[in-house]
Design a protein around this ligand. Sequence first.
Ligand SMILES: NC(=O)c1ccc[n+]([C@@H]2O[C@H](COP(=O)([O-])OP(=O)(O)OC[C@H]3O[C@@H](n4cnc5c(N)ncnc54)[C@H](O)[C@@H]3O)[C@@H](O)[C@H]2O)c1
Length: 282
Amino acid sequence: MTTLAVVGAGSMGAQIAQQAAVHGVKVRLQDQSEEQLRKAVESNRGHLMRRVEKGKLDQHDAEAALGRVRTTTELGEAAGGADFVIEAVFENLEVKRTIFAELDRIAPPQTVLASNSSTMGISQIAGATSRAGLCVNMHFFYPVLVMDLVEIVRGPSTSDETVERAMSMAREMGRTPVLLNKEIDGFIVNRILHSATQEAYRLLDAGVASFEDIDTAVEKGLNWPMGPFRLGDFSGLDVTYNARLHMYSTTGDERFKPSPQLEAKVKAGKLGRKTGEGWYRY
Ligand SMILES: NC(=O)c1ccc[n+]([C@@H]2O[C@H](COP(=O)([O-])OP(=O)(O)OC[C@H]3O[C@@H](n4cnc5c(N)ncnc54)[C@H](O)[C@@H]3O)[C@@H](O)[C@H]2O)c1
């Protein structure tokens, strides 16, 4: 049986741990904060119990899955006996490199070290370890208990065997992996999403249609569950804006320049659902 260590028990780490445990994997979930660990366990219990209420999960299986996640604030306790580690801490390069260096000392020599980073290729992190061949990106999607996809991204030093082990780990967790053979900003999904969203903003800025009609066109014509403006409100317009700004500043490519109307929303503090207003009112 695989033992998985998940480092970081925030929105992503908590559910990555639970998703694996639902599929029979033994999990050690680590966070520096006791409070975060407590919240993660409570939130996961809520998710699984809602499935039980809906008749989608047996009560006994839910309790067993919850019982398979053990929490700790000690990295050594989490990773010391792990076959596989997935890191999901803050999106900060120095924090991630420090954790990978520690994991390299603590985890058994054949253990794979994966990062869930959305923007940092593993080549930026793996150099902090002495096992770059065993390091890889595994990019899950929020909410992990619902979203089926995992993007596996190999760095220039990632070995074929590590890629295979990451693909197998994703499948063992009940998720569908896709492989990127090259590190690229935005990976596949966010790259395509950014291009489509950017086009939607261009249409809006050019006065071609209202944001409501662009959303309706995309929802009815492309069968997306949410149009780009509704989706932006859901994820937070600051997140959408900062992602564009990051792409624009790193590439200098005018195609990524944030829309003036998006910038105005962010400057006015209209960030979407979380502030009660974005493109729509909530
Ligand atoms: N939120 C998303 O939609 C999403 C989607 C895909 C990937 N990601 C990636 O997942 C990672 C985590 O994102 P998140 O949204 O879960 O963040 P989050 O802020 O919800 O959680 C981060 C967690 O890391 C913990 N942490 C920070 N430093 C630590 C340390 N040194 N040791 C142990 N724990 C530590 C924090 O206490 C916190 O619980 C990021 O790399 C992000 O890019 C996020």
